[in-house]
Write a protein of this length. Sequence first.
Length: 260
Amino acid sequence: MKQEIMTIVSQQQLAPRIFQMTLTGELVKEMKKPGQFIHIKVPRADLLLRRPISLNQIDQSAQTCTIIYRVEGDGTKEFSLMSAGDRLDVMGPLGNGFDVDCLKAGQKAFVVGGGIGIPPMYELSKQLQQRGIEVVHFLGYASKEVAYFQNEFIELGDTRFATDDGSFGVAGNVGNLILEAIKTETPDAVYACGANGMLKMIAQVFPDQPNVFLSLEQRMACGMGACYACVCHVPDDETGTKSVKVCDEGPIFRASEVVL
Ligand code: FES
């Protein structure tokens, strides 16, 4: 993990409150694994905590990385007001990243994303596809209005959509799509990022599949394993005192490794 002042190459709004920003800098050379994140300092003196945002795309030849984030508060609002040429203090890459080595060419992966958990699944899917792995995407949004990146996923492979209000794709959450899919399809691995409820459902649907990888969305402070703001409990812990740090040991865990 390193720190650098990176330069914004471009920024665009994809949907209400959803922005895509591309950055360039030497730090990109360190970025290899899908599912890792960068920790960005808000360029405002009164906002001390950095904001963790997952990598949506890594382009080594252009030396750029792309993030997609949702404006949630003052920090992300500041990011959304920036434009090409502006600079940001970035630490990273942080986190363990998704395990793509557990699959071989010809095998099938279910790639599941919900809401603002969708962006890191794009780089993951790209890397899986480059390895000859068949990808099936299951993407869930609140509504058509806040849906984004649909075509990019469609270009990579079979993509199925759900919206909470039924305005696009199947009505309901991605769980409905997955329950339908497993009637006829068996994945060799499942990768997911989204709200806790969605991750919990996936862990329950695939209890015997060892390759179920969940990227946890946890509040973070230091982002480096020092403050314990991001702990998650582990199974079979009778004392209730054992935990893992999502920023440092995660954010990706096998479903069997954490209690959601
Ligand atoms: Fe500080 Fe994870 S955010 S230990």
